[in-house]
Design a binder for this molecule. Structure first.
Ligand SMILES: O=C[C@H](O)COP(=O)(O)O
Length: 259
C-alpha cells in the first residue's frame, strides 16, 4: 500500500490546567478511540501528541500510547536532578514515556516570570534528556505579518543559540492565545514560512517542525496552504468532536489557498 504523499501533520493538544484527574483520563479515552478509528491517523497523515498535567502523565500514557499518541509535559526543570523543590526534571519525564516537553509558553512568561534565559535553559534540558522541546515563540502585540515574522525568527534564533537537535517550534502569537479567533491565515502563513526557511538553513535542527497555536480549531488547517506542519490546540480540543473535525480536514483538505 503506498504511504502518505506528504509528511504527517502534527496535531498537539495542551490541556493546560483546565481538567481534573478523571476528566483528563475520560477525555484521553475518547481521543484514543478517535485515533484508533480515524483515517487521518491510521493512514499516517496525522500524528497526535498530548500534554496533560504532570500527575496524569503516567495513566494518560497507558491510555494513549497504545494508539500511537505521544505524551509530553507542559514544563520541564532547567536542571536534571537535585534540590529543586517542586520541579520535574527531564530524565524523569523521559523515564515515564514522555516524548515532548513544552517550554516558553506565553503564560509561563507572563505569570511566572520566565524570560529568555530560563526558556533557553529548559530547551537545553529537554534536548539533553532526549525529549523534543515544543518551543513556543511569538510576538506579544498584534502587528503586520512581516514584523511578526522578523521578531519570531529572531526569538527562535536567540533561544536556540548553541543548541543542536530536533525541535517543534510552536508559533503562538501571544495576542491570539485565549482569543475568540486565531490569527489570520495570511499572518500565520507568513510567520510559519519564515520559521521554516530559517530552520531549513540550520542543519543542526534537521527534522524540526513548525506548528501554529493560538485559538486554533476546526476550519484553520485547510486555509494555511501547507505552510504549517500542524496545529497546537488549546481550549478547542476540550470537545473531542473538534479534534475529529480537524482530523477530517487533514484527511480531506477543504482548500489549499491561503485566505
Ligand atoms: O497551548 C495552546 C495555546 O496556548 C493555545 O491555547 P488556546 O487555543 O486555548 O488559545
Amino acid at each position: 500500500m503506498p504511504g502518505p504523499a506528504r509528511p504527517p501533520l502534527l496535531l498537539g493538544v495542551s490541556l493546560k490546567m483546565y481538567f481534573g484527574h478523571h476528566q483528563t483520563l475520560n477525555w484521553a479515552r475518547k481521543i484514543a478511540t478517535l485515533a484508533a478509528e480515524h483515517p487521518a491517523v491510521t493512514s499516517g497523515e496525522a500524528r497526535l501528541f498530548v500534554l496533560p498535567a504532570f500527575p496524569t502523565l503516567i495513566p494518560a500514557a497507558g491510555i494513549l500510547a497504545p494508539y500511537g499518541i505521544a505524551l509530553g509535559a507542559q514544563d520541564i526543570a532547567t536542571e536534571d536532578t537535585g534540590p529543586y523543590t517542586g520541579e520535574v526534571g527531564g530524565p524523569l519525564l523521559k523515564e515515564i514515556g514522555c516524548r515532548y516537553a513544552e517550554v516558553g509558553h506565553a503564560e509561563r512568561r507572563r505569570l511566572y516570570g520566565e524570560g529568555d534565559t530560563v526558556v533557553a535553559a529548559k530547551t537545553a534540558a529537554a534536548l539533553r534528556s532526549g525529549l523534543t522541546p515544543v518551543l513556543c515563540v511569538g510576538e506579544r502585540d498584534r502587528g503586520t505579518p512581516q514584523e511578526a515574522a522578523e521578531r519570531t525568527v529572531a526569538e527562535a534564533a536567540r533561544l536556540l543559540t548553541g543548541l543542536d537537535g530536533t525541535v517543534v517550534l510552536a508559533y503562538e502569537p501571544q495576542w491570539a492565545i485565549g482569543a475568540p479567533e486565531p490569527a489570520s491565515a495570511e499572518h500565520i502563513a507568513a510567520v510559519c514560512t519564515a520559521l521554516r526557511n530559517w530552520l531549513d538553513s540550520r542543519p543542526r535542527h534537521a527534522g524540526s517542525q513548525v506548528i501554529y497555536g493560538g485559538s486554533a480549531g476546526p476550519g484553520l488547517i485547510g486555509r494555511l496552504g501547507g505552510t504549517a506542519d500542524g496545529l497546537f490546540l488549546g481550549r478547542f480540543a476540550h470537545d473531542p468532536e473538534n479534534v475529529r473535525a480537524v482530523l477530517d480536514e487533514i484527511r480531506a483538505p477543504a482548500g489549499a489557498a491561503v485566505a
